[in-house]
Design a protein around this ligand. Structure first.
Ligand code: HEM
Length: 393
């Protein structure tokens, strides 16, 4: 349960994002980082972690000094918006934002509700289910697949690959192997669309131009890849983490059941308390002094959104889940020039997910305490064993 936790002793403090201990004690570790080591250097991984809200926010807003260009993560992947700064980023982002206008997203509401209801229909008659796989993962992957134009029979493979990329560890093949499979799939699908256009984002992007020139094949691939990894796991984890949070706080869940207009605020608080994307990388373009520490140019810096969202300097009782929290200025969807392009879509999907889930199963219970996936960037339950109807007393 997310509760206020006092800081552990600091002596001998080691922060290893690749350890299972890290996820199990995440918010205690974050508190120590913010209070004692606001710029923490991990010798083991040769990276610096920035954890206070004000620092994270100002770094995100200063992409000249802290760029995404050339961060280590980008080297295994095709060129993508999240790893581009400067003019090309602005132009690609402007182009792609046409696919994400509020009108276009709002038009998807009916379809998203139909997918959600079908997923819940499929659970009818079951008593205990893994809601992570049968619901939280299925909804965003179907929505993004429809948006991009991935055929029904190929969707499961994308889901398996993206789930495989959440877990991080010392061995980087954990990311590269599933990534290679996704590239191969897109290669084939894009080749098909080049021959025959359809009414989907892949077809629209093939014909899109910047300064009179077509978007390059690599950029096209990078964008499809980004939508899959940026749109699937993140929304899956928002819904999954929210399901657990509401089970841990049945009194707040009952309020949502009584008044569905509270759901959007509850989704913001879920985003704040258990940020699906906990941390991403930046590369300093010059030496930077912060809290008396020098962050060297070209070093690896991890910007910790998840910790920023729990900073007591900004949020009162920051570890507490409270759907009535006024003004939730979380950083879970980023800030500045890379602010999440799928934010309206993710918010709509999760609002609908909770409206529909709570209407059918207002008193679901966790059958067992869920674990956390070991990951330096994601907050994710591997599974959520849920009893849909409460056991009669
Ligand atoms: C709860 C769900 C989501 C979370 C927590 C999330 C989080 C984020 C974050 C933190 C960034 C900023 C990255 C940075 O600063 O380096 C980002 C960027 C982005 N997100 Fe999301 N995202 C979510 C859902 C989605 C969805 C559904 C889509 C699309 C289908 C999407 C597409 C993108 C894209 C294209 C960018 C790159 C923008 C750029 O670099 O200019 N995201 N997201």
């Amino acid at each position: 349960m997310v509760q206020s936790i006092s800081a552990p002793p600091v002596s001998g403090f080691v922060c290893d994002p690749h350890s299972a201990f890290y996820q199990a004690h995440l918010y205690e570790i974050y508190r120590t980082l913010r209070d004692e080591f606001p710029v923490y250097y991990s010798e083991m991984h040769d990276l610096r972690i920035v954890s206070r809200y004000a620092d994270v926010r100002s770094i995100l807003l200063d992409h000249d000094t802290f760029t995404v260009n050339g961060v280590a993560e980008s080297k295994q992947l095709p060129p993508m918006l999240v790893y581009l700064d400067g003019e090309r980023h602005t132009k690609l982002r402007n182009l792609i934002s046409r696919g994400f206008t509020p009108r276009r997203i709002a038009a998807m509401e009916g379809r998203i509700r139909a997918i959600t209801r079908k997923l819940l229909d499929d659970l009818a008659g079951e008593s205990v289910v893994d809601l992570m796989h049968s619901f939280a993962a299925q909804l965003p992957s179907r929505v993004v697949a429809e948006l991009i134009g991935i055929p029904e029979e190929r969707r499961e493979i994308f889901l398996e690959c993206t789930e495989g990329m959440i877990e991080t560890g010392p061995k980087e093949h954990q990311i590269t192997e599933p990534a290679k499979l996704i590239f191969a799939e897109f290669d084939e699908l894009l080749a098909q669309r080049r021959k025959e256009r359809r009414d989907d984002l892949m077809s629209a992007l093939i014909d899109a131009e910047i300064d009179g020139k077509r978007v390059t094949a690599e950029e096209l691939m990078g964008f499809c890849f980004l939508l899959i990894i940026g749109g699937n796991d993140t929304t899956m984890n928002l819904i999954g983490n929210g399901i657990a949070l509401l089970a841990w706080h049945p009194e707040q869940r009952a309020e949502l059941v009584r008044d569905v207009s509270l759901i959007p605020g509850a989704v913001e608080e879920m985003l704040r308390v258990e940020a699906p994307t906990q941390a991403l990388a930046r590369r300093p373009t010059r030496d930077v002094e912060l809290h008396g520490v020098t962050i060297p140019a070209d070093s690896r810096v991890l910007i910790n959104y998840g910790s920023a969202n729990h900073d007591d300097r900004v949020f009162e009782d920051s570890d507490l889940f409270d759907i009535h929290r006024p003004e939730i200025r979380h950083l879970s969807l980023g800030q500045g020039s890379h602010y999440c392009m799928g934010s309206s879509l993710a918010r709509m999907e999760s609002r609908i997910a909770f409206e529909e889930l709570l209407e059918r199963y207002p008193e679901y219970q966790l059958e067992s305490e869920p674990d956390w996936v070991t990951s330096r960037w994601a907050r994710s339950h591997p599974e959520l064993e849920v009893r849909l109807q409460p056991t009669s007393q």
